[in-house]
Design a binder for this molecule. Structure first.
Ligand code: GLC
Ligand code: GLC
Length: 807
């Protein structure tokens, strides 16, 4: 069952029923100010860091769910409705939520009043605009009251949820010129505040939540709104909010627009903090809201946002025989890559914004699907990430975006982490040709004086694996590898103990076949980079190491029909036919084949067949099977999940694309495509009621066959599924693969289904117009009409488009 439809022309998903099975969200913001916004207006805003600089409150775990957010109430006689349906819950005569790229638009109709609410964050701006137009389509003049309200968070979202003994006394606000300012803690050490402004002269305001709601009311029926006017109270302590009230008279057919602006400001440098005793300096706030005072400036800001996305999405654009594939490739997959890149795993409706900062491995991978969009930003991120690496090559697992320091609480020791840096850097160089990045000096662990060229960081990564191998010559797993929940040195029996930061037994023998795959893949990449920049001997040294690990993987990492997953801390096999449960895992099947392990011997093909037949379900390939039915102390968190959920046997969308890619590497277009469409959102839209999550983005997982709720998806939006699915689609299925000196054109789609494919690719400043005739075997590649040998289209500097044909 569906709850809306894709509108490809406008690049929107239009939700037509507010009662989606879970809140379906969107993200606003492109640089520092971000908002989460659900299809009923829920969500929150933050500046740079969802934990440390939270601007508005959101109660995760609340019932009813998702009632915190930007609240708009339109009171028309005795009826009060919200254009977003929530929080008033007054049934609308018609409702639409248009999920767009960087904006959400709500159209709510009630009793002849058509309300159109557009929410967006202008490019590079530190505010969210809520641009509301109300039209009276009736034959009578209407006098209406419009209320808009947000609830402030006292900056640190974690403290805001815990430290009530202090926080109930610190809240402070000011009011001036249709604007409520939230200035808690500004009197002491903060230099920032937030504000909520209305473009119209307001009739009344409120800043104290208890006054606004009245005792025991929720946001569905605030007392002051029922009474028709706000109380003009300045909050002191307790729960500060900002509520603004405008009165309008609309003649028949009349339309009126107004806007509410939620902004964030800092006073920096020598500028004075206060205008007078404890009265904040409002200069930056006034300048900000005055920028959007008239309709033209609002419209211009929105057009600029649209143009920004036009330009981003012009870098890669496909027209094929399948509109669902085009929709993923041209719009939604790229959009999710951007959001995931910006948020890492910090703020979604499943990530509370206080738990996790930016992940090392996550960010490195997120970059793969993002680097073509904004290579300059990718470069910045690489340098930030590399700065939390330690001198021995190991890395912190996460960092806080505001401080950019490694997060000691989450620790380190995930032995896959270092190698992802090579994945990120090589993807960046392939996209840009910018080898100079390798010379940029980057500190280790952010320590001054420890700066070394980025190339040395890559070397440290490689050497880390070389120096941490186990009894079979396979890489040691450490706390875990890509699979955070495969904790082979943890042996935890204490409830609540973190599986990720505890090692109760440093066995020094638990090995990962997955990391072996990574080392072979990224070791070769590192060697190639070195050869290209003239470090021949380093290339040779590492290629030898790669060979050793490849041999070890083929010898000790092969189970007969597929690749083993690991050796545990007792030296026993994990993911073997000899095991009762967890007989086969997906990760090594995908990654080892991607690395070319088992290519010559035919193991690779065999592994893919086994993955398909043993792990395949309706929604893709499960992570392992059969799931663990009991807790295994020697395996850790993976066995803590009930069967079929998360790492214990769900379809983990993140690693399905590895298998898709592996099929392409083994030249199996049918298998590659049939796996791709099993979980690509636009292809499974009709299961929206089963999945429950947004049909326009990937979720981290879809519960597997053994789960009580088979097919239910969780953790939408912030997942490596976005990046890897885009890599699989753009570089392998459609086959446009950036390489150090050009673009490799090697599509892998079934010729029965795909006849003609047209791709526009901007690459290093040149436009490539690529036409593929997919119906013939072994086509020749032509560049500007001339045949070339092989498939590498050299990078050409040209102001006119380069024509590439495959026929
Ligand atoms: C989550 C984590 C990611 C990890 C994966 C598998 O997606 O963000 O880092 O690799 O789970 O455990
Ligand atoms: C990953 C896993 C999750 C685990 C977490 C720990 O996100 O998916 O199950 O708890 O990592 O960091």
């Amino acid at each position: 069952m569906k709850y809306g439809y894709f509108d490809d022309i406008n690049r929107e998903y239009v939700i037509t029923n507010p009662n989606t099975p879970s809140p379906w969200i969107n993200y606003l913001g492109d640089s520092n100010f971000f908002s989460l916004i659900s299809n009923t207006g829920g969500g929150y805003s933050f500046y740079k860091d969802a934990k440390l600089r939270r601007l508005t409150r959101y109660r995760y775990n609340n019932v009813p769910e998702d009632t915190d957010g930007r609240h708009i109430y339109i009171k028309d006689g005795t009826t009060t409705f919200s254009p977003t349906y929530l929080p008033s819950k007054e049934p609308l005569d018609s409702y639409e939520c248009h999920i767009g790229l960087g904006y959400s638009r709500f159209i709510g109709v009630k009793n002849g009043l058509v309300s159109n609410l557009l929410c967006f964050v202008p490019l590079q701006e530190n505010c969210e605009i809520q641009y509301l137009t109300i039209e009276n389509t009736t034959k009578e003049t209407k006098k209406i009251d419009v209320f808009a309200q947000v609830e402030w968070c006292l900056w640190n979202a974690s403290d805001d949820n815990e430290n009530f003994q202090r926080n109930l006394s610190t809240g402070e606000v000011e009011y001036e010129d249709n604007t409520i300012y939230h200035k808690t803690e500004y009197r002491e050490r903060r230099n920032h505040y937030a504000f909520y402004h209305c473009s119209e002269a307001i009739h009344s305001f409120e800043s104290d939540r208890d006054e606004f709601l009245g005792i025991r009311n929720g946001y569905d029926h605030p007392l002051q709104i029922e009474n028709g006017s706000l109380g003009n109270t300045l909050a002191s302590g307790a729960h500060p909010i900002a509520a603004l009230h405008v009165q309008l008279t609309l003649k028949p057919g009349e339309k009126h627009s107004l806007s509410f602006i939620l902004g964030y400001c800092e006073i920096t440098g020598n500028e004075k903090k206060f205008e007078s005793l404890n009265i904040i300096n409002k200069r930056p706030a006034k300048e900000m809201y005055l920028r959007y005072q008239n309709e033209k400036s609002l419209k211009d800001a929105f057009i600029a946002l649209k143009k920004h996305w036009d330009s981003l999405l012009s870098v890669y654009n496909v027209t094929s025989d399948n509109e669902k594939l085009d929709r993923m490739g041209n719009i939604w997959n790229q959009y999710q890559c951007m959001v995931t890149y910006q948020m890492s795993r910090s703020a979604s409706y499943y990530e509370s914004g206080i738990g996790r900062g930016m992940g090392f491995r996550d960010s490195c991978q997120d970059l793969l699907g993002f680097v073509h969009l904004l290579p300059e930003k990718a470069k910045e991120r690489i340098l930030d990430i590399a700065s939390i690496q330690k001198e021995d090559g190991s890395t912190f697992h996460q960092y806080q975006p505001l401080t950019k320091r490694g997060n000691g609480d989450i620790g380190s020791g995930f032995n896959d982490d270092p190698l992802w840096l090579i994945a990120a850097v090589s993807a960046y160089i392939k996209e840009t040709g910018d080898f100079d990045i390798l010379n940029i000096k980057v500190p280790f662990n952010n320590l001054e004086g420890s700066e070394k060229p980025l190339l040395d960081h890559l070397k440290a990564s490689i050497n880390f694996t070389i120096n941490h191998k186990g009894p079979h010559g396979l890489p040691l797993i450490g706390r875990a590898d890509w699979n955070d929940c495969l904790n082979l040195n943890c042996y935890s029996t204490t409830p609540g103990e973190s599986f990720q930061t505890t090692a109760n037994k440093e066995t020094g023998i638990a090995e990962s076949v997955f990391i072996a795959g990574m080392f072979v893949l990224y070791g070769k990449e590192y060697a190639r980079i070195n050869e290209l920049i003239g470090n021949k001997s380093e290339g040779t040294r590492v290629n030898k190491e790669v060979l050793l690990v490849k041999e070890a993987a083929e010898k000790y990492g092969w189970d007969g029909e597929y690749f083993l997953r690991a050796y545990d801390g007792n030296g026993d096999k994990v993911g073997s036919h000899q095991n009762e449960e967890g007989k086969i895992f997906i990760e090594p099947q995908g990654f080892c084949v991607m690395a070319g392990i088992g290519h010559e011997s035919g193991y690779g093909k065999k592994a893919l067949e086994s993955a398909e037949s043993l792990l395949g379900d309706k929604y893709g390939l499960e992570l392992l099977t059969p799931p663990y039915s009991t807790y295994h102390v020697e395996l850790g968190e993976i066995s803590s999940y009930p069967p079929g959920y998360k790492e214990n046997g769900a379809v983990f969308n993140h690693n399905n694309p590895w298998v898709t890619i592996a099929h392409c590497i083994e030249k199996q277009p049918k298998a590659a495509y049939s796996l791709y469409i099993k979980n690509a959102p636009s292809f499974i839209e009709e299961y929206s009621d089963i999945h429950k999550t947004e049909p326009y983005v990937y979720s981290q997982m879809i519960a597997g066959r053994y789960a009580k709720n088979y097919g239910q998806a969780k953790n939408s939006w912030l997942t490596g599924s976005a990046t890897w699915s885009f890599v699989a689609l753009s570089q392998y299925l459609l086959g446009i693969k950036p390489d150090y000196d050009g673009l490799i054109i090697e599509p892998c789609l079934p010729k029965e289904t795909f006849k003609k494919i047209h791709i526009v690719r901007q690459f290093r400043g040149t436009t490539y117009l690529i036409d593929i005739d997919n119906t013939i075997d072994n086509p020749t590649c032509y560049v500007n009409g001339k045949p070339i040998k092989g498939r590498l289209v050299p990078s050409i500097r040209s102001t006119t488009p380069v024509k590439v044909e495959l026929h």
